[in-house]
Ligand binder design. Structure first.
Ligand SMILES: C[S@@+](CC[C@H](N)C(=O)[O-])C[C@H]1O[C@@H](n2cnc3c(N)ncnc32)[C@H](O)[C@@H]1O
Length: 288
């Protein structure tokens, strides 16, 4: 109710036992991926370090009032373009004692920066790839596959827990299963999302209903060294691998998204189906 204090409103709210927040730190990127939903917002100014820290403070204030330590997912644009990235990550991890997941295209993350991020406590990084080299580079640009794989190797050496994010379209669907099988021994987490018809994504063909079923069956039956999640509420409801997760989509329940200008959405455009909770009400990243 308007006019009521936050505490009064929270007392009446359905309190989640975990939540994650996706923060967009900037819209700028060094790549121009064919499918990118973000091409519509290049003009939004990058928030200052203080603005980002204030937003983080508010997220953790909400978490405190709910009795939950939130996970903060840092996205963009390309977060590694921000010179204050270490300070932002440190504010989440050191100042607030939360967990953070860094999203990156893996093409410009130096070992020195990765080490600094490790030193302030970052443990979870998600690198985007769209399939084997030819398919990836056709979408993400020439040379991006080789750089991202080198980054994955370097991050693995430093000890980071790694997710590979794959956006699936009719074009890369045929290579998806063999691609994951090829990287399986690296013990990664693969997060597969379907392309959203937004920005560049609106020019690409989505997978068919039959392919969607194949995808869900593959993910449910998966028994490799790595783990898999797909952005499908049915998958996260029925897969034994996610028996500990909520049933269904986290949008507006366990997740929200803060855009570059501070606007809040009930869901990111790619809500993860792999968020987990623990009895201590710590969020998903600590579990992986
Ligand atoms: C926008 S990027 C930002 C972080 C970083 N620059 C990267 O490449 O991972 C975050 C994720 O959204 C995915 N993405 C971009 N456009 C999309 C779309 N139209 N539909 C679904 N996912 C999309 C990207 O492939 C990437 O995995």
């Amino acid at each position: 109710m308007p006019g009521q204090s936050l505490d009064a409103r929270l007392a009446r709210a359905m309190v989640p036992d975990y939540f994650s927040v996706q923060m967009h730190l900037l819209h700028a990127c060094n790549l121009t991926c064919a499918h990118c939903y973000d091409i519509d917002h290049p003009s939004l100014a990058m928030p200052s370090t203080d603005d980002v820290k204030r937003r983080i403070d508010q997220i953790f204030l909400l978490g405190k009032r709910l009795g939950v330590v939130p996970d903060v997912h840092l996205s963009g644009g390309e977060p590694t373009l921000r010179r204050d990235l270490v300070a932002i990550v440190s504010h989440i991890l050191q100042t607030h004692g939360g967990d953070a997941l860094l999203f990156t295209n893996g093409t410009r993350l130096s070992r020195a920066l990765a080490q600094e991020l490790w030193n302030v406590g970052l443990r979870f990084v998600q690198v985007s790839l769209e399939g084997p080299e030819a398919q990836n580079d056709a979408i993400r640009g020439d040379g991006s596959f080789a750089k991202a794989i080198r980054t994955l190797d370097m991050l693995a050496e430093l000890g980071f827990r790694l997710t590979v994010s794959i956006t699936v379209t009719a074009r890369n669907f045929p290579v998806l299963f063999p691609f994951v099988a090829e990287l399986d021994a690296r013990k990664l987490h693969f997060h597969v999302r379907e392309v959203f018809a937004v920005g560049g994504g609106s020019d690409l063909q989505a997978i068919t209903r039959t392919q969607r079923r194949e995808l869900a069956e593959w993910a449910i039956g998966w028994q490799g060294e790595s783990t898999i999640s797909i952005e499908d509420p049915v998958h996260c409801s029925v897969s034994p691998a996610y028996a500990h997760t909520q049933a269904g989509c986290v949008a507006g329940r366990n997740h929200f998204c803060v855009d570059v200008d501070g606007s809040i959405f009930p869901a990111g455009r790619w809500v993860t189906a792999s968020v987990t909770s623990t009895p201590s009400k710590r969020c998903g990243l600590a579990r992986r």
